[in-house]
Design a protein around this ligand. Structure first.
Ligand SMILES: CSC[C@H]1O[C@H](OP(=O)(O)O)[C@H](O)[C@@H]1O
Length: 359
């Protein structure tokens, strides 16, 4: 496993690696209240679709712990409110709601549990979500291997490694798996404006993994596809609709268009927890808009003129027609995705149920 974890449950607290100050400072925050977890997700102390899902699940455990003194009925009501607070912290990544709803479902199927039992039920489910994520990510990496040439150069966008998940990573997990299985790997790392998850986080992870890379500005990817050999683009996701339309970090759509123009495979690494079959297409995926200062300043230094306005959508939606394959832990989906994705989601659900029954 990786030498660092994005989050960890320790001594009835949630310990988060503060991703806002990486790579130059490795700082951990210890949270004891659900309100702190919601704020840590909103301000991107912890970020990445699977990581915020797991953090929210542990936030529910803190909510149960901090309110065990209430009556059972009042605790159940508080947990419903805590769920709403966590879900409202960031709208795009479906993993957040998926994880919180799993916790709520567990509570509902135990109507006679007392407050201590409710806390134990919630904590056990939060641990299960975290453990599943690591197994899921490793399997995504293995499922991708047959798609890759031995000598493989990637372009990667944002951060999708251990920092964006509980461990191992999704798209970066594919890159890591190829490296660990002897492929000759090189990565062009999109810096990923404005929060620079690529330059700060992916570069840090690749250095620790010993995988060769170069950081590029987001606008360079088309030029590099035209002038250098790129074998595949691999990205993560925050929400995949039934037809395969995929929300991911802003700039992903541009990357997909450039890859399509150059005939380069464009792969999405997608835990099935990020697939939202309730959405027929990407039109209804909520796109988070963040503050202007993320664009107009860097590390607190203003780069734009005073009073200059900025528009800061944190995600975009790539139409399924630009996506070569969606690689999940249950297998690889190809178009038409509204036929291939549901069966993989069902397969993954059966696998999770099998694990739960083994508990
Ligand atoms: C493992 S996929 C992580 C996904 O989340 C990132 O967004 P953010 O850094 O704002 O949480 C980006 O979209 C990644 O692809």
């Amino acid at each position: 496993m990786t030498t660092y974890r994005s989050l960890e449950w320790r001594d009835n607290s949630l310990v988060l690696l503060d991703q806002r100050v990486l790579p130059h400072n490795v700082r951990y925050l210890t949270l004891t209240r659900v309100e702190e977890v919601a704020e840590a997700i909103r301000n991107m102390t912890v970020r990445g679709a699977p990581a915020i899902g797991s953090a929210a699940a542990y936030g529910m455990a803190l909510a149960a712990l901090q309110n065990r003194v209430l009556s059972t009925q009042k605790l159940r009501h508080f947990l419903e409110q805590a769920a709403d607070l966590l879900k409202a912290s960031r709208p795009t990544a479906v993993n957040l709601a998926w994880a919180v709803d799993r916790i709520l479902d567990r509570i509902k199927i135990n109507p006679t549990a007392d407050t201590e039992e409710i806390f134990q039920i919630v904590l056990r489910e939060a641990h299960r979500i975290a453990e599943e994520d690591v197994r899921t990510n490793r399997q995504i990496g293995l499922n991708a291997l047959p798609l890759l040439p031995h000598k493989v150069t990637f372009i990667h966008h944002c951060n999708t490694g251990a920092l964006a998940t509980v461990d191992y990573g999704t798209a970066l997990g594919i890159i890591r798996t190829a490296h660990e299985h002897g492929h000759e790997v090189f990565v062009y790392v999109d810096e990923t404006r404005p929060r620079l998850q690529g330059a700060r986080l992916t570069a840090w992870e690749l250095q620790q993994l010993g995988i060769p890379f170069q950081i590029i500005v987001d606008g360079a990817s088309g030029f590099i596809m035209r002038t250098r050999k790129v074998d595949a683009v691999v990205v993560g996701c925050d929400r995949v609709a039934r037809n395969g339309d995929t929300a991911n970090k802003i700039g992903t759509y541009n990357l997909a268009i450039a890859a399509h123009a150059h005939g380069i495979p464009f792969y999405v690494a997608a835990p099935t927890s990020t697939i939202d079959l309730s959405l027929p297409n990407g039109e209804a995926i909520p796109i988070e808009e963040r503050t202007e200062d993320e664009i107009t300043t860097i590390e607190g230094f203003r780069i734009a003129p005073e009073n200059a306005s900025a528009y800061n959508p944190a995600f975009d939606v790539t139409p399924a027609s630009y996506i070569t394959a969606i690689i999940t832990e249950a297998g690889v989906a190809y178009p038409p995705y509204d036929e291939s994705l549901p069966s993989l989601v069902e397969l993954a659900q059966q696998w999770r149920t099998t694990i739960t029954e083994q508990d």
